[in-house]
Design a protein around this ligand. Structure first.
Ligand code: ZN
Length: 202
């Protein structure tokens, strides 16, 4: 799947020389080779992008009790199995489903969907002195942290089997700013969790 680029007309020759191709329908430059994504970082749509998701974006849903009002609530994390981490190079991952946390940017329609359905929305963190997306209680609205022993800490088949994941098929690769977390038993998610497909045009 292509990663669409935001190339100003004056820089088209430079992008082309690096291997970008032109999509005449979309009238946009794009790249396909994930190993080389970092070379095109100045043409990403968001300058903070450090993680690019391919194929599917997952919304993983788990259960938690609100520490404040004691309601049983749903909390979520985004997750991916085909993704590329961008820094000085492009590190390509194509295996297990890994959770993505500390997200500070995502497409506005995804923001809206996650806010309306799960109260997953931006919050200011004193620790990191920045805004990032986090879960909030659907009953009392208070911020919900991701607990070390919570639903996204996969340490058994049983824990993996309690997760539900909505899979969104991506038309184009998706830019995010966030960090992918690796758990040694994350492979159990594909094996034991419940998957549903979700039609969302990102
Ligand atoms: Zn609550």
């Amino acid at each position: 799947m292509p990663l669409l680029l935001n190339v100003p007309f004056s820089q088209k020759d430079e992008a082309k020389a690096l291997g970008a191709r032109w999509n005449p329908q979309l009238k946009k430059w794009y790249v396909n080779n994930r190993e080389e994504y970092h070379k095109f970082s100045k043409w990403f749509h968001n300058k903070d992008t450090n993680l690019i998701v391919s194929e599917h974006l997952y919304i993983a849903i788990g259960n938690q009790t609100c520490f404040k009002c004691k309601s049983d609530i749903k909390i979520i994390l985004l997750a991916a199995d085909n993704y590329t981490v961008i820094d000085d190079g492009s590190e390509v991952f194509d295996e297990e489903i890994n959770f993505i946390s500390n997200i500070s940017n995502m497409p506005s329609n995804l923001q809206r969907f996650l806010n309306d359905n799960f109260k997953y929305c931006k919050r200011y963190s004193e620790t990191s002195q920045s805004n990032y997306f986090a879960n909030h209680c659907s009953n009392c609205g208070v911020f919900q942290g991701i607990r070390d022993n919570g639903p996204f800490f996969i340490d058994s088949e049983e824990k993996a089997s309690e997760l539900v994941l909505y899979a969104i098929k991506l038309k184009n690769d998706l830019e995010l700013n966030g960090s992918a977390d690796w758990g040694s038993l994350d492979w159990m998610i594909k094996e034991y969790a419940t998957f549903k497909s979700l039609d969302l045009d990102l």
